[in-house]
Every structure is written in C-alpha cells, then in structure tokens.
Write a protein that binds this ligand. Structure first.
Ligand code: ZN
Length: 402
C-alpha cells in the first residue's frame, strides 16, 4: 500500500493510477466508494447518475465492492418510487478499519475507525515517554495496538493499515523518525519496532492533526495553516486540500521560527525560537508553575481563576505565536489559521494577543484565526482516517488483500 503522506504518492482520488484499463477500473471503484461514502445510502442508479457511468457499469463495480466487503446493501429503497426498487448501498460498517496510533511525550493512544468514520475501539495509556528509548515505548504501543485490533475484530472489522503520529520529523520513507527532540529519538526505524503485517505510515503529529481538520472539521477551508502543540509546537500547511511536505518532508517547523533572534538557546541549535516562548514548558516556566501531568488543564484552570501571572504568560505566548505566524501568513496567504492540539484548550487566553499581533503585522485584512473542535484528538483521528481514506482512494488495493 502507498504512503499517503508522501508527496510522491499523494493521497486523494486524483492520485495517479496508471492510465490503463486496469487503472480506469481502479479509479472508478474509488469514485463509487467516495460517492457512497459522502452521500450514501444511495441506489446503484443514483451512484450511476452522480458519477456519469451507465447503471450496468456501476453494478459491476458495486458487485466487486460488495464481494470485497467494502460496500453493503441495506435492503430495498423506500417504496412508492417509479420503477423497480433498488437496494440502498452504504460503505461497510463491518469491513476494513483504519488503525491510528499516537506516541505523545506522556501518553500513548490507539484507535480503530471504520469506513463510516466511526471510532469503534480506543485505548489510551498515560506514560512518561520523554527520553525513553524507542524499544520500550513502541513495545507499549504495540501492546495497545494488539488490544484495539482484537476489540475491532470482535466487532467484525479487520485492520486495513496502521498510521502512527509522532512528535518529530519523519523521513520521506514514512517510517523513519529522523529527530524527535522531546523523546530523544534520532534516526529510528519505527517500522522495525511495530507489529509486522500491516501497511504502515508514520508521520508528524501536526500533519495528521491538519488532515483531521481538513477531513472532519466544520467548514474547514482548503488552504490553511494548522498550528498545534504538545511540548513542542508544530504546524502543517495545507494548500488546495493537500499537505505541503517540503523537500525532505520537514515543512511546518513553526516551533523553530525565530521570534527574538537573541533569545534563549533552543534544542534545535537556534536561539529565540517560538517554542522558547509558546511551548508548554516555556509557558509553565513563565507562569511560575512546575511541569505536571495535565499541563494544559493546570494552565487553563489557573487562567480561569484569574491568576495574573498565568494570564500574563499566556498573553506572552499568544504574542510570540502572532509574531511567528505573521511570517507564515505573509508568505503563504492562507484562508485561515487553525489552533489545534493543546493550544485549543488555551485559546481563550492566547487568542487576544495572537490576533492583535497578527493583525498589526500582516498586510491586508487580518487572517482569521479559529480553534479546532478536535483539540488534542486531532493527530490520532487524522492517523486512523488517513488509512480509511487510503481504502476509499484505492479500494482495489484492499480488495486484493481480502
Ligand atoms: Zn529551535
């Protein structure tokens, strides 16, 4: 299976399948899946009229998708309509599932999402992963994956692939973590340490967070910047509905954009990076608080109670975010900036200074800044949905494995 986050194998129905009869068939299978997925339940006739193929051609495709367990028939359509009643089609709720996983600095999470986009199984473990070597961390993740897969299989689903969100830079092979500073990992082939047998994609958590926003968010535009944070700050750039990867796949390292060039030294080797002002630990320091388990909850709680030092710290973080985002917004002209991950939980106290700094510094009308409704669930959901999208984009690849 392909790697959906790799620019050379783009995700989406427009992915270049070979321009042969076989390629045409695969493209049409994908069009049927996407149409039924987006608008179903639909009759065969309705699918045919939507994608502009004959009913006979659609029936052949539908039969193949039903045999592979990707579509199911729900029974006769409502009576009283003219002509022979057709059977309503829906994407299968008991076929392939996308397994999404997340390695956080202090948690591990796994979920299974079916083709209808429902989360069917989920497991989370709070565990300090900072500076732990990859073997025990990924051993713990593997145990959670087995648990979630078993639960999903108990519901009649089967895993179509595994996608793992990590807080670090991932090579274009979509399995090697080149650098994850907050875990202390360097050049780690994550694929070697995860369950074999499942098609695997590893990507930066910010990228999966942005894809979740694109696919699941309400009225998300097709050009936006998604900014998220855990300990570090990551961003992802979505241009015309696609992730911008950059030459090495490292695009979006907003956390290391300098805010004050003479500021404190950063782990990246630079000085005065955004992360030094708006990363969770920097904000906790400025707020005079000790790092704890639920950092965002602690900060939000104190800010809500009116703690002046915490509010000042968050105001400062918002200002630093506004300065760093000014460069990105002026350069890329996105339709909006979306705050996701941990930042969304602190938005009420970050947004005023962030917005005013951005408006003051950018040319033209201010770029809207919105808050993700997915919050810190984004990367995990984005990972699982990326597998689901793969199935919809090339159902023939999955059908061949049934
Ligand atoms: Zn840095």
């Amino acid at each position: 299976m392909s790697t959906p986050l790799n620019r050379t194998r783009p995700a989406g129905p427009e992915r270049a399948l070979p321009d042969t009869q076989q390629g045409m068939r695969r493209r049409n299978l994908s069009r049927v899946m996407h149409t039924v997925g987006a608008e179903g339940p639909l009759s065969r006739a309705a699918v045919a009229s939507r994608i502009g193929l004959t009913r006979a051609a659609v029936s052949t495709l539908v039969d193949e998708l039903i045999r592979s367990g990707l579509l199911e028939e729900l029974g006769p359509e409502r009576p009283g309509r003219v002509g022979r009643p057709g059977s309503a089609l829906a994407v299968s709720g008991n076929g392939p599932a996308g397994i999404g996983a997340e390695v956080g600095v202090d948690h591990l999470a796994v979920c299974a999402v079916d083709l209808r986009g429902r989360v069917r199984a989920r497991a989370v473990r709070h565990v300090p992963n900072r500076d732990r070597s990859p073997e025990p961390v990924l051993g713990g993740l593997t145990a959670l994956i087995h648990r979630v897969v078993a639960e999903a299989e108990g519901e009649g689903l089967w895993p179509a692939g595994l996608a793992v969100a990590v807080p670090g830079l991932v090579a274009r092979d979509a399995r090697t973590v080149v650098r994850a500073p907050n875990l202390g990992w360097l050049d780690t082939d994550v694929g070697d340490l995860l369950p074999p047998g499942l098609p695997l994609t590893v990507a930066n958590e910010a990228n999966f967070g942005a894809l979740a926003e694109l696919w699941l968010g309400e009225d998300t535009p097709r050009d936006f910047l998604h900014v998220s944070a855990e300990i570090g700050i990551g961003a992802a750039v979505v241009v015309d509905g696609r992730l911008l990867h950059g030459n090495r796949g490292f695009a979006g390292e907003l956390g290391h954009v300098p805010v004050w060039p003479d500021g404190p030294a950063c782990a990246c080797g630079g000085r005065g990076c955004l992360e030094q002002y708006a990363g969770e630990e920097a904000v906790l320091r400025a707020a005079g608080m000790e790092p704890g388990e639920d950092r965002v909850g602690l900060l939000a709680g104190r800010a809500e109670q009116g703690d002046a030092q915490v509010r000042r710290a968050l105001h400062g973080a918002g200002t630093a975010l506004g300065i760093a985002l000014t460069g990105a917004v002026n350069l890329l002209d996105p339709q909006s900036v979306v705050l996701g991950g941990a930042l969304s939980g602190l938005a009420p106290w970050l947004l005023p200074s962030l917005r005013s700094e951005l408006a003051r510094r950018t040319a033209g009308p201010a770029c809207p800044v919105t808050v993700s409704a997915l919050g810190s669930e984004g990367p995990l959901l984005g990972a699982a949905h990326s597998v689901v999208r793969e199935v919809l984009d090339d159902p023939a690849a999955v059908a061949g494995r049934v």
